[in-house]
Design a protein around this ligand. Structure first.
Ligand SMILES: [Zn+2]
Length: 254
């Protein structure tokens, strides 16, 4: 299929994902309903979409089920908040009524406008996750230092939103060794946009819309203008193909 899964999806990875899903169930019980995306699309429009998809020869089990059930994907953004680009992305997401997941760097929140961006993410229903305070490889730190990286970021987010951050994405995808935190959900990705390497809007769009399949978790970065522009185009293209964009917690529960 030409799908580049960057080796993250091993059998062990799948098992981990299920375990994570179980852990998340408890998290969601404390979740405000307003924070979860609900489709308000008219049934007729969905049926029309499904017909178009059938004509295009695309079929998934989800599409064959009752109308309104669409294949889901999640956009995730690392390394923000960026005072320059994140607000533009939030504008585009709001326009499209799409919710995404943001793994933020604690020290970036301290930059001018950072706190306001976190507040806005929360108010607009996006999921906020922890990407450490200094964007460090946790596996290279002592347990104590690694824990501090996560805790400082957690408490800063909690100060602003009033809620616990349950999601963690360790920088460089490296999990901390010997410091499992059972109340945290570690989130990796299944589609790497390589946006930080190419910094080319059309190349990012091409790669993601080619690689993405149902239930994929797409990795992007909201600190580049090219990524923001690409993300909005990706939403428009994949929605046309029948996909629904959800926060990453929804996918981990599937
Ligand atoms: Zn990062």
């Amino acid at each position: 299929m030409g799908k580049n899964r960057t080796g993250e999806i091993s059998e062990a990875g799948e098992i981990r994902r299920w375990m994570q899903a179980l852990a998340l169930t408890a998290v969601l019980m404390a979740y405000p309903v307003s924070a979860l995306w609900e489709s308000e699309e008219a049934g007729a429009e969905v049926q029309e979409e499904m017909q178009t998809e059938a004509q295009a020869g695309m079929k998934t089990e989800a599409r064959e089920e009752a109308s309104g059930v669409r294949p889901m994907v999640a956009l995730t953004f690392d390394d923000g908040p960026s005072p320059e680009y994140t607000p533009l992305l939030l504008d585009g997401l709001r326009e499209r009524e799409v919710r995404a997941s943001f793994f933020v760097i604690g020290s970036n929140i301290e930059k001018e406008g950072g706190e306001e961006i976190i507040r806005r993410m929360h108010e607009e229903g996006h999921l906020i996750g922890n990407h450490t305070w200094h964007h460090v490889d946790l596996s290279g730190l002592s347990t104590e230092d690694a824990w501090r990286e996560l805790e400082m970021t957690d408490s800063r987010i909690r100060e602003i939103t009033g809620e616990e951050t349950e999601l963690v994405r360790p920088p460089f995808g490296e999990f901390p060794q010997g410091m499992e935190e059972p109340d945290k959900l570690y989130v990796k990705w299944t589609v790497d946009s390589r946006d930080w390497v190419t910094k080319d809007t059309q190349e990012i769009v091409r790669k993601v819309v080619t690689d993405t399949e149902e239930n994929d978790i797409i990795l992007m970065h909201d600190c580049y203008g090219t990524s923001v522009e690409a993300a909005l185009q990706i939403i428009d293209i994949l929605r046309e193909r029948g996909y629904e964009f959800v926060t990453v917690d929804r996918l981990l529960l599937e």
